[in-house]
Design a protein around this ligand. Structure first.
Ligand SMILES: C[S@@+](CC[C@H](N)C(=O)[O-])C[C@H]1O[C@@H](n2cnc3c(N)ncnc32)[C@H](O)[C@@H]1O
Length: 229
């Protein structure tokens, strides 16, 4: 799908659901996607790889997400954040203001499942590079983001937000990031630029495919664990 910027308002007949099983707790998330729209209207593969990694880790360690405070950046439709919440985390899902109506619809659709596992999910606007947001003052145990590096102007603001989240609070949250490595020269250059800027401030560790979910992994999708230097 081409990444373009268009209006993200929706009518209910524009929407179609996608079901995502969370095997470890036998729950199925129902995620509404939009027929046409911006990049925040479909489930991207990188979000499935990250969501399934969180599930795999929770299967190995029950306390991996249970009771944890998690922030998701660029949530889109919310697959990663909603999975974390269904695994027992207190999750703040964030995106551009125009993405919030559909994100909130998806939170509402899955509220009962999340609540039954002791989790919680809320959606707020967080525009990368906006250092005035109150969200940046909160303490998180973990930050998650999937497929957010595709837009040149957003690279510096995104690195700044990640730095801010690690500088202004006592806890140093671990960041889990997935990114689909696309073929185009532009996307490769953006990824290299982002990686280089990030590595000035953070330790970056690539999580090998053997440690990922058996069925949800791909050589084209990189999964990183990132910690403040
Ligand atoms: C390719 S989509 C990925 C969505 C979701 N994480 C997934 O993998 O399905 C990138 C997301 O980043 C959000 N985004 C783009 N620029 C942003 C910015 N400057 N601040 C906050 N979010 C932004 C978009 O609205 C979109 O939801």
């Amino acid at each position: 799908m081409a990444m373009a910027h268009r209006n993200s308002s929706f009518q209910s007949n524009d929407l179609f659901p996608r079901e995502i099983d969370i095997e470890v707790c036998l729950k199925t998330l129902k995620i509404f996607q939009k027929m046409e729209g911006d990049v925040n209207c479909v489930v991207w593969d990188a979000s499935l790889v990250l969501a399934k990694y969180l599930e795999t880790m929770s299967q190995n360690r029950a306390d991996f997400l249970s009771g944890m405070k998690v922030l998701e950046l660029g949530s889109g439709l919310g697959v990663v954040g909603l999975t974390a919440a269904t695994l027992g985390a207190q999750v703040t899902l964030t995106d551009l203001p125009e993405a919030l109506p559909l994100l909130r619809l998806n939170i509402n659709e899955n509220k009962t499942k999340i609540g039954s596992m002791g989790g919680y999910a809320i959606a707020e606007s967080l525009v990368w590079g906006d250092t005035t947001s109150d969200i940046l003052k909160e303490e998180f145990d973990m930050i998650v983001l999937a497929d957010c590096i595709y837009y040149e102007e957003a690279i510096d603001p995104l690195v700044q937000t990640l730095q801010f989240l690690n500088n202004t609070i006592n806890k140093k949250p671990t960041i889990y990031l997935t990114q689909e490595l696309r073929d185009s020269e532009l996307q490769q250059r953006l990824w290299e630029t982002f990686y280089q800027k990030l590595s000035e401030f953070f330790f970056i560790e690539k999580i090998p495919e053997e440690q990922q979910h058996a069925n949800y992994k791909s050589p084209d999708i990189i999964l990183l664990r990132i910690n403040k230097k």
